[in-house]
Design a protein around this ligand. Structure first.
Ligand code: DX5
Ligand code: ZN
Length: 206
């Protein structure tokens, strides 16, 4: 199981938290961007993501909870390993093509209530699906286990080169359910950053 560490709750202690993640076996650093429109919170402006990239020794997994496509395009300049935006904000493959043309891997995130049918037309064009197992917008919420049914369904139709990741409420217990349902990667925030020993938390998720 790959582990991507979300530093959302450490917004004010970015340097401290990223330096701690650097010392672990984490596979990615997950950076949550919120626009105050698609979700009510607002965080991680471009400068702050640039700062995170400069501090991080881990590849970046950027999750855009953002509605405006022009704003999404601005985050391409970060050149992260994965740039993930929401299926709920697109109507065609133009943005996917744009991001891919810049040599960046594309992820599509899907909210708990959204049907996986919406993803189907894009499955051959993307690199990652990010299942939201909480309502997007805040860390520290409880895991919605009903989302795992969608994970199982998608796993049965998806090609093996698309990574299935899941985000929200992941802890030592829910990560076992994610693994069983077919997830390749978990995104975890508070479960790890609330610990003094980040590596201990990461080990429990693998
Ligand atoms: C929620 C964010 C998550 C969040 C996860 O909208 O996308 O990445 O940081 O935090 P935890 O693991 O605390 O649920
Ligand atoms: Zn996220």
């Amino acid at each position: 199981m790959k582990v991507s560490v979300s530093i959302l709750k450490e917004y004010d202690n970015l340097k401290y938290a990223i330096e701690k993640v650097n010392q672990t076996s984490a596979d990615f650093l997950h950076v949550d961007v919120m626009d105050g429109v698609f979700v009510s919170n607002k965080c991680f402006p471009l400068e702050k993501v640039t700062e995170a990239k400069d501090l991080s020794k881990k590849p970046l997994d950027v999750h855009l909870m953002v509605k405006d496509h022009e704003l999404i395009k601005k985050y391409v300049s970060i050149n992260p390993c994965y740039l993930t935006f929401h299926i709920e904000v697109i109507e065609d493959d133009a943005l996917i093509k744009y991001v891919k043309s810049k040599g960046i891997k594309v992820g599509l995130a899907i909210n708990p209530e959204t049907s996986i049918d919406k993803l189907v037309p894009y499955l051959n064009d993307i690199d990652l699906v990010l299942f939201m197992s909480v309502e997007p917008g805040a860390g520290g919420q409880a895991f919605k286990s009903e989302v795992l049914e969608k994970v199982r369904k998608l796993k049965s139709i998806i090609s093996s080169n698309v990574i299935i990741s899941i985000d929200g409420g992941v802890n030592d217990k829910t990560s076992l359910l994610c693994k069983d349902a077919g997830c390749d990667m978990v995104v975890a925030g508070s479960f790890i950053t609330n610990k003094d020993d980040y590596e201990d938390g990461i080990k429990q998720l693998r």
